[in-house]
Design a protein around this ligand. Structure first.
Ligand code: TYD
Length: 197
C-alpha cells in the first residue's frame, strides 16, 4: 500500500509516519519510510533554500524532486511489494504552492498524470496555534522559510478544500497513541493485515 501523511508543519504528521513505521517494523511487515522534500539532490537543494521563490518556481522544484524521489525510492519499493509510508507528497504542493496563488486542482492533476497515486492519505489537522506552539517547542523557536503564521493559515485553508476520497482527515490534537489507533483502523478497513501473530 502507498500511504501518505499530510498536514501543516507542526501537525504531528512526521511523528505519526514514524510510529506507523515502528508498528510495521515490530510486526515484520515490509515497508519503506520516506519523505518529501526527499534526501536526493533536488530535495537537499530545497531544504537549503534561504528565501522563498515564486510559486511556479517552487512548484517546478518540488515536482523535480518528486520525480527523482519516485524513481529512486517509491517505485522500487512498490515493485518489491513493500508498503510505502511517505511524509508529504503532491498534496503538499497543492496546499503550499496553492496558498501562494497557484491552482491546487491543476497541481494535483499534473502530479497525478506523472507519479503513482497514493492508496490512502492521512491529513492530520490541528489549529494553527497548536502547530506554531509545537514548532516552537520542538525546534527551540527556529522556523523555516515555509512557516510564517500568515502563510501557514493560507496553507491550512487550502488543505480544508481538498475533497479527494483517499483523504482521511484526522484530529491531530488527540494524544498521539489515539491518533495512531485511528490510522491503524483506517488501514485495516482498507484491507491491510495488521495484527500480531
Ligand atoms: P517538512 O516536511 O516541513 O520538512 P522538515 O520536517 O524537514 O522541515 O517540509 C519542508 C517544507 O516544504 C514544508 O514547510 C512544506 C514545503 N513543501 C512545499 O511547499 N511543497 C511540496 O510539494 C512539499 C513536498 C513540501
Amino acid at each position: 500500500m502507498f500511504i501518505v501523511f499530510e498536514g501543516i508543519d507542526g501537525s504531528g504528521k512526521s511523528t505519526q509516519a514514524r510510529i506507523l513505521a515502528d508498528t510495521f517494523e515490530s510486526l515484520g511487515i515490509p515497508y519503506v519510510l520516506t519523505r518529501e522534500p526527499s534526501d536526493g539532490i533536488v530535495g537537499q537543494k530545497i531544504r537549503n533554500l534561504t528565501t522563498r521563490l515564486g510559486p511556479r518556481e517552487e512548484f517546478r522544484l518540488f515536482l523535480e524532486d518528486r520525480l527523482d524521489h519516485v524513481q529512486r525510492v517509491v517505485a522500487p519499493a512498490i515493485r518489491d511489494g513493500k508498503h510505502v509510508i511517505c511524509d508529504r507528497y503532491y498534496y503538499s504542493s497543492a496546499a503550499y504552492q496553492g496558498a501562494q496563488g497557484m491552482d491546487p486542482i491543476e497541481i494535483i492533476e499534473e502530479n497525478r498524470s506523472r507519479v503513482p497515486v497514493p492508496d490512502i492519505v492521512f491529513l492530520i489537522e490541528v489549529p494553527i496555534e497548536t502547530a506554531l506552539n509545537r514548532i516552537t517547542l520542538s525546534r527551540s523557536g527556529r522556523f523555516s522559510i515555509f512557516e510564517k503564521r500568515k502563510d501557514l493559515e493560507a496553507v491550512a485553508r487550502m488543505y480544508k478544500t481538498f475533497k479527494d476520497p483517499v483523504i482521511k482527515r484526522i484530529d491531530g490534537e488527540k494524544p498521539s497513541a489515539e491518533v495512531h489507533l485511528e490510522i491503524v483502523g483506517y488501514l485495516k478497513k482498507a484491507g491491510l493485515k495488521i495484527c500480531k501473530g
